[in-house]
Design a protein around this ligand. Sequence first.
Ligand code: ADP
Length: 491
Amino acid sequence: MKYFLSIDQGTTSSRAIVFTERGDKVAVAQQRIQQYYPQPGWVEHDPEDIWQSVVNTCQQAIAKAELTASDITAIGITNQRETTVLWDKSTGKTIHNAIVWQDRRTHDFCEKLREEGYQDKIQQKTGLLLDPYFSATKIHWLLDNVSQAKQLLKNDQLCFGTIDSFLLWRLSEGKVHATDITNASRTMLFNIQQQTWDQELLDLFSIPESILPEVKSNCSDFAETSLFGGCIPVLAMAGDQQSASIGQACIHPGMLKSTYGTGAFLLLNTGEKPLMSKHRLLTTVAYRINGTCHYALEGSIFSAASTINWLRDSLGLITDARESETLAASLEDNAGVYLIPAFAGLGAPYWRADVKAMLYGLSFATTKAHIVRAALEAVVYQTQDLINVMQEDGAESPLVLRVDGGMTKNQWLLQFLANVTGINVAKPNNVETTAWGVAALAALHAGVYSSLDELATLWQEQQHFISEESLATHAKESYQQWRRILLHHLL
Ligand code: ADP
């Protein structure tokens, strides 16, 4: 049996998981990451904290598995995307905290570029929206505001990386400066049509190409590390959502996955041609393996489990997220109570940062069960919104929605999802889709599997939800009602 070590560097924590080549979890270690909020709208991480957490969790996971480095065939790295780090090539020291994807400090700069008419060009080239979310304006800010950056740049000693590149640099002890194509596609500097860094965008953001990592396919001989007691190759890297999509074996056009965590992320494989959205969905690289590049449409829901956590932590309506299921299931229907969960504004397809959340349809008969149910229903309605616009953008209709993430423990939610969407909802045996995705790709590159299709045969269904005929019409009508309320709220 071969073993693979997955490094899953997320926004709130780093995890390391040892998997067997079949995807069985052997050992897990996890460490939280400190969040820094130096000003309203700013979010930073300490790259040393990230690095130490990765080293610690890798060591712990290998030890817990009662293995040594020589037992690990390869490492795969998956990571929070877009988060930006700059470091000194000669010392490996970072010059500033990492600017996290959620950070909005470059909002005004993005607005200025939008007013100057750059949005269409940026979407054409990168598939992304002109938004502070992506790395380009974060790098621009660092080059502008950190004097050490200017100095290092002058001496050709500056490196930029998203978290994957930064970890690879550290794991290889400064020998390798590379990224993978999915992470590159989130920088807003990468031309997804030509699959190269884009000179015109580099000029627009005043970023010299010399600081950028080399872009490789997801399965590559990225580097070797000797930091865990023996030499282990890093054979795969991918951004977190793309890795989850591989973990869900969404390798063919029309295959759709949705991860329901704090927020929710839908990724629909659209095949070998990038499809540009007319509804402000993101077009992104799903994977490039052995020269074949697949693209995806991506939509995100800002508030999913975070709404449930708000009901628990701020309102005290429930003491445990699990209670949401019993409460929702205790009702025949929603009695006309709806939640517009714009706690952090609304993402695709509305893109309204200015709207606030709203509860609608309350009466003296309203109980906490109605409010909890409205929160769960809203997650499903937002999923339906995204599926609708993916279709309008010309994507193939998905036959199955493959789901993962903490909220998928909620059976009521998954059944309601099937009823509203009319699409079969499938939950896999292996719910560690994000961490497993890159471990699987490392196994592919190590020759354990001969193709992505062979790898996909490992995906096994744990549960399946089919639309219930007797309830589907009502569920669909409820979605239409929610949408009417939402559109009215947006006026
Ligand atoms: P993240 O990776 O974004 O931290 P996870 O995928 O680990 O999120 O999911 C954790 C979230 O899932 C928790 O915040 C919790 O509110 C939610 N959750 C867990 N169990 C249930 C449940 N039975 N019903 C609804 N939500 C749940």
